[in-house]
Design a protein around this ligand. Structure first.
Ligand SMILES: Cc1cc2nc3c(=O)[nH]c(=O)nc-3n(C[C@H](O)[C@H](O)[C@H](O)COP(=O)(O)OP(=O)(O)OC[C@H]3O[C@@H](n4cnc5c(N)ncnc54)[C@H](O)[C@@H]3O)c2cc1C
Length: 293
């Protein structure tokens, strides 16, 4: 009798576990946290030769283009599965405008992470700071980042946040196939095709532009963005370790940034194969001799 009862209990547990795994995303209060960066609206970024930092004067700012796809995906997932979208950015006070733009598209809330102590952060310190903000939020189900920023261009911050939070990550996501209470299945873009990855939640995604077509802000969204209260979280609010933020917390330092000299025109070697090979060998010999002397 005792054995039968034990079996029944076990069968019930297995059934319950599979029911838990199949619970839909709607059964969980989903919190989509989207990380966005405000970047200069130009691909022709100028560098201050003395300080090796970006010259932002006179350059308008926009939301990093890849992050617009991240915002759109967060909003679409909320529309399909319920929950809320919070957008966060680390930057100077004017980065508030980027958060308002996300709210005008349909995000529910924005948080600005801003403090002079964050100045000079490299990708390590940036991802640490953002991870501390996500910890403070406490209930993120899915963190969505763009593939990379159009100015820094390193694509390190998303994976860095996942590492600091010890969460799984799926990078270069082009499609969220399934989202359930405790798991996500996504297509990840490769150079030669794509792969399908399943992960437990919470999880971090970085997204590529193939994932969706971002919407334009609605009038209602613009009104909401105008009225929104955007809290500013400082290093103290995050309880951040002073040794892991800003310049002091940045293990990498920019020693020099410069525009590489324009290369001279190359020489096209034409003619019959034998003549072309002879000319090529001659040129290679000259190059080796020049390099050795
Ligand atoms: C070696 C090195 C040294 C640096 N030193 C300095 C310095 O001294 N002073 C300085 O001002 N800058 C410095 N930077 C630049 C600064 O680290 C980056 O701007 C910042 O860390 C973001 O990196 P990224 O632009 O490459 O973003 P990526 O990693 O390419 O961005 C990927 C994604 O992460 C998210 N993300 C990135 N940044 C933010 C953010 N701020 N808020 C919210 N989400 C974000 C977005 O979703 C974005 O799409 C340095 C960079 C490097 C590589």
């Amino acid at each position: 009798m005792a054995r039968i009862t034990a079996c029944r209990v076990r069968a019930y547990c297995v059934l319950y576990a599979s029911f838990e795994a199949q619970k839909s995303a709607e059964d969980r209060n989903m919190h989509f946290v989207v990380c966005i960066k405000q970047v200069p609206d130009t691909t022709n970024v100028r560098i201050d030769p003395k300080t090796n930092t970006l010259m932002r004067e006179g350059v308008a700012s926009i939301v990093n283009p890849f992050d617009v796809y991240a915002i759109e995906e967060g909003i679409r997932l909320k529309e399909k599965h319920g929950g809320k979208v919070t957008v966060i950015t680390m930057g100077p006070p004017q980065a508030d405008a980027a958060l308002r733009e996300a709210i005008s598209m349909g995000a529910d809330a924005g948080i600005l992470i801003s403090d002079r102590a964050f100045a000079g952060s490299d990708t390590w310190a940036t991802s640490y700071t953002l991870s501390m903000a996500i910890r403070k939020l406490g209930d993120a189900t899915l963190i969505i980042c763009g593939k990379q920023a159009s100015d820094g261009d390193t694509a390190q911050v998303g994976p860095g946040i996942a590492t600091h939070l010890d969460l799984p990550q799926i990078t270069y996501v082009r499609k969220v196939e399934q989202l359930e209470a405790n798991r996500i299945v996504a297509e990840r873009l490769l150079e030669t095709g794509y792969e399908v990855i399943e992960s437990a939640l919470p999880c971090l995604l970085t997204v590529v532009k193939e994932i969706n077509l971002p919407r334009l802000p609605s009038l209602k969204g613009k009104m909401a963005a105008k009225k929104a209260q955007i809290p500013v979280w400082t290093a103290k609010d995050l309880g951040a370790d002073p040794l892991q933020i800003g310049l002091d917390g940045s293990p990498t330092k920019v020693v020099k940034i410069f525009t590489p000299p324009v290369r001279g025109g190359g020489e096209m070697i034409g003619g019959e194969p034998e003549q072309a090979v002879a000319r090529l060998v001659e040129l290679l010999k000259d190059t080796v001799v020049a390099a050795a002397s």
